[in-house]
Design a protein. Structure first.
Length: 100
């Protein structure tokens, strides 16, 4: 048991994962702020124009997809590191184009 713990503590990949996780916690917090700003701005647009801003819909969809990827990595459900350590993916299937 002690050997297993010692081996685990000396594993460089574990320490690198911890470093990446710390980076992604910070990025996730920034992403949360961007999502909140997007929500507020979309609400203001809706109040003043009576319609949703299509660009904000797409931006919100991309942000939510990115936040999901970060959470999957942080919860050990994925080993794939999200952007900026991999390509930014834009999944148009997740973007709603104004339909409720």
């Amino acid at each position: 048991m002690k050997d297993q713990i010692k081996e685990s503590l000396q594993d460089n990949s574990t320490w690198m994962r911890i470093l990446y996780m710390a980076i992604f916690v910070i990025i996730f917090n920034i992403t949360e702020l961007l999502i909140a700003a997007t929500v507020i701005f979309q609400l203001l647009v809706l109040l003043f124009t009576g319609d949703k801003n299509q660009r904000l819909l797409g931006f919100g969809a991309m942000l939510s997809q990115y936040a999901f990827k970060i959470l999957r990595f942080l919860t050990f459900n994925s080993e794939e590191k999200p952007f900026p350590f991999s390509d930014w993916e834009s999944d148009t299937d997740l973007q709603e184009t104004g339909s409720d």
